[in-house]
Design a protein around this ligand. Structure first.
Ligand SMILES: [Zn+2]
Length: 220
C-alpha cells in the first residue's frame, strides 16, 4: 500500500512538473495610470459641450504639484516595461498631452520643469508650426471669436526643440493629420502612423518616434 501510494504520488508530481515546464505565466500587467491632457490655457470662454479637454494653468500646477509629491511619474514609453506595483509603493503615473498646442511650451513646460515631472507629448506632425487652429479642434473653431490665439495655436518646431533640450519631455506620434480612424482603410492608418514617425525620427531622433497616441475621435 505504501509503495503504491509512493508510486501514485511520484506520477502526480511528474505530471505537475511537466505541466509547469509547458505553462508560461503571462507577463504582469503594468499598473500605471495615464493622464491625458490637451490644452493648458487661461480662457474666460467656457463651452459646456467641449471644455472638458481644457485645464487652466493654475489648476494644472496644483495637479502637477500633487503628483510630484504623491506619485512616481514616468514617460509614456516606459509604461509597458513596468511590472506590478509593490504594496505600499507610490502610484505610477504617465503624464501625456495630445495634439501639441503651443501652450504646452509656454504654460505646461515651466511647471513640469519646476516639479521635475517628465511628460510625453503626442504631435500631429502635419500641422506643427502652422498658424490656424487644428482642423480637428472643434473647441477653437466654435469659439474662435472669444478665445485667444494662445489657447489654440499649434506648437512650433522651435518650441519642440526647446522642450527636447531640457531632457524631461519626450515626443511621440498622434498620427500625421488626426483623421477619424473609422473612415480609413488599414493601409491609410498605416500610412498615418508611418509618415508621422518618419518626420519625428528625422527631426528629433528615434527616442521621440517610439510612443504612438492613437487619435480615437476627431475631437481628441
Ligand atoms: Zn487628438
Amino acid at each position: 500500500m505504501k509503495i503504491l501510494l509512493k508510486h501514485g504520488l511520484k506520477r502526480s508530481m511528474g505530471g505537475l512538473a511537466a505541466l509547469s515546464q509547458r505553462w508560461v505565466p503571462p507577463p504582469p500587467i503594468p499598473q500605471v495610470s495615464v493622464l491625458m491632457y490637451h490644452r493648458v490655457a487661461d480662457t474666460a470662454c467656457f463651452d459646456w459641450a467641449l471644455d472638458d479637454w481644457n485645464v487652466t494653468p493654475r489648476r494644472f500646477e496644483q495637479q502637477i504639484a500633487w503628483l510630484a509629491e504623491n506619485a512616481e511619474c514616468i514617460p509614456a514609453g516606459e509604461v509597458m516595461s513596468r511590472s506590478t506595483r509593490a504594496a505600499g509603493a507610490k502610484p505610477v503615473v504617465a503624464v501625456t498631452f495630445d495634439d501639441g498646442f503651443g501652450n504646452f511650451a509656454t504654460q505646461a513646460l515651466p511647471v513640469l520643469e519646476r516639479y521635475r515631472v517628465p511628460a510625453t507629448v503626442f504631435l500631429v506632425t502635419r500641422y506643427v508650426g502652422t498658424h490656424a487652429p487644428y482642423p480637428f479642434d472643434q473647441w477653437a473653431h466654435r469659439n474662435l471669436a472669444r478665445t485667444t490665439q494662445e489657447s489654440w495655436r499649434p506648437i512650433t518646431w522651435k518650441e519642440v526643440d526647446r522642450c527636447v533640450a531640457g531632457g524631461l519631455i519626450t515626443f511621440g506620434s498622434h498620427s500625421d493629420t488626426h483623421p477619424q480612424p473609422s473612415d480609413l482603410t488599414e493601409a491609410q492608418l498605416s500610412q498615418e502612423a508611418t509618415q508621422s514617425r518618419v518626420v519625428l525620427r528625422s527631426r528629433l531622433g528615434d527616442a521621440h518616434a517610439m510612443a504612438y497616441g492613437f487619435p480615437m475621435d476627431p475631437r481628441v
